[in-house]
Design a protein around this ligand. Structure first.
Ligand SMILES: Cc1ncc(COP(=O)(O)O)c(C=O)c1O
Length: 431
């Protein structure tokens, strides 16, 4: 069998996926010969005073935050630490049901039983915006102290975060925004108490790099630092920290690249209008290209045959991600492949939308047992089931598994469960 390194070196697929650097070198000299641990003469991530503090300050300047913390364990670590620090008051948590699994894990670690709100379902069944009204309805008369939403989402849906923040403040709740997919929205400060951004997803930075931003003076910085010391590695990679630094410098010094990307994307979308068997569109973020067809998995395979790897495939679409490292020629390559594939794809018949309902909640406490998917109707799940990417749980603990959910799970590929035995599901034993 080939080693991982051999395979990585051989991989010449054209990437329309993360990481955002697209395997292009924006700073020479990363990594073996410069890989160190905390040694004399270098700054310390857990007690920033020198060059790492400088990186944090640059992050704060770009994102107009009160304070920014460079992360080497991805947004996952920022979500765990951020939510842990905001929920020390033991008040409850409101989670948008389309949040990443790390948000659910954060609630579990904090010992909270979350309340969920469901976004509206958009085209092709993709989850849409969270509305300020739905947040207000959930907060009214509740003991909720922290609200967590994702904006932009994996598919590029942006909620009205400013309005949601106004609601949260009125009800005395913190707002944490998972903006893991929004590090490239530099011009728009996120109006909330805290947000996390994966630099590696949409900017030219190495995988696992991210920033946790404190955005209001309602947040206790020392609690956040304490939480980061719990959740972040005690051996931070200086290579990754240097990559964060170079990425932020790139962003400051190459603003034109983002304008060029916007122009190239307009050209791209204009040139997809003539496709017959695919529909190409975006939600609020044009860098998240949705290519719909009657079979998303087939489309991904055909693209692969054309040496193109996309970010993800689902029943009726694929998601292609472009960043400032994709130039006009790169978009043209994708256009040429789509033109070619359009001639052999079956006629377009993807459904306009697919209803996804928020599952009913039950009491999942007590002993559990494994049960075959087909036998689970009416039972209460004691575990998560998700498709990765994007890692949004389709079933969460304490949710009642009904026939609609069973049908939905059966239509999905690449499902994983917390207990690792899917299609057997860990459910409450005695109902
Ligand atoms: C919405 C969302 N939040 C958080 C994460 C976790 O980010 P990271 O991979 O940087 O830990 C992901 C990862 O895919 C995500 O899609």
């Amino acid at each position: 069998m080939k080693s991982l390194l051999e395979k990585l070196k051989e991989n010449n697929m054209k990437p329309y996926h993360m990481p955002g650097h697209k395997r292009r070198v924006i700073a020479e000299g990363l990594p073996y010969s410069i890989d160190i641990t905390e040694i004399e003469g270098f700054d310390n991530l857990h007690d920033m005073q020198g060059e790492i503090k400088d990186i944090a300050d640059r992050g704060a300047q770009i994102y107009r935050s009160v304070a920014s913390y460079p992360l080497v364990n991805g947004s996952t670590c920022g979500i765990l630490a951020g939510i842990y620090s905001l929920t020390r008051d033991n008040k409850n948590i409101l989670i948008a049901r389309n949040c990443h699994k790390s948000v659910y894990n954060a609630a579990e670690i904090a010992g909270l039983a979350p309340t969920y709100i469901m976004p509206k379902t958009e085209k092709l069944g993709i989850m849409g915006k969270i509305t300020p009204e739905s947040v207000e309805k959930a907060l009214k008369g509740s003991d909720i102290g922290t609200v967590v939403i994702t904006s932009p989402t994996y598919e590029g849906v942006v909620s009205d975060v400013d309005a949601i923040y106004q609601v949260c403040k009125r009800y005395g709740a913190y707002l944490f925004v998972d903006a893991a997919h929004g590090a490239h929205f530099m011009e728009k400060a996120v109006k909330c108490d805290m947000c996390v951004m994966s630099l590696h997803k949409t900017l030219p930075a190495l995988t696992q790099t991210a920033l946790l931003n404190i955005c209001s003076d309602r947040v206790d910085k020392s609690l956040v630092q304490h939480a980061l010391s719990i959740f972040e590695t005690s051996s931070p990679s200086y290579v990754l920290l240097a990559s964060i630094d170079e990425c932020l410098r790139y962003v400051q010094e190459n603003k034109d690249d983002f304008d060029e990307l916007a122009r190239n994307l307009s050209f791209f979308y204009e040139n997809t209008a003539s496709l017959h068997n695919m529909k190409v569109f975006c939600f609020d973020d044009p860098t998240k290209i949705i290519i719909a067809s009657s079979d998303g998995y087939l489309l991904a395979d055909l693209l692969r045959k054309n040496n193109i790897e996309v970010e993800m495939a689902s029943d009726y679409y694929v998601l292609a991600i472009v960043t400032c490292q994709d130039k006009l020629g790169d978009l043209q390559i994708l256009l040429d492949a789509l033109d070619k594939i359009d001639k052999i794809l079956p006629p377009y018949n993807a459904p306009e939308t697919l209803p996804i309902n928020l599952p009913q909640k039950g009491d999942g406490t007590g002993q559990g047992e494994f049960c075959e998917l087909d036998m689970c109707c009416g039972k209460i799940s004691k575990e998560y089931i998700w498709a990765y990417p994007p890692g949004v749980p389709l079933v969460a603990p304490n949710e009642i598994i009904d026939k609609d959910i069973i049908g939905y799970l059966k239509s999905k590929k690449n499902l994983k469960s917390t207990m690792g035995k899917y299609p057997n599901i860990y459910v409450k034993k005695v109902l």
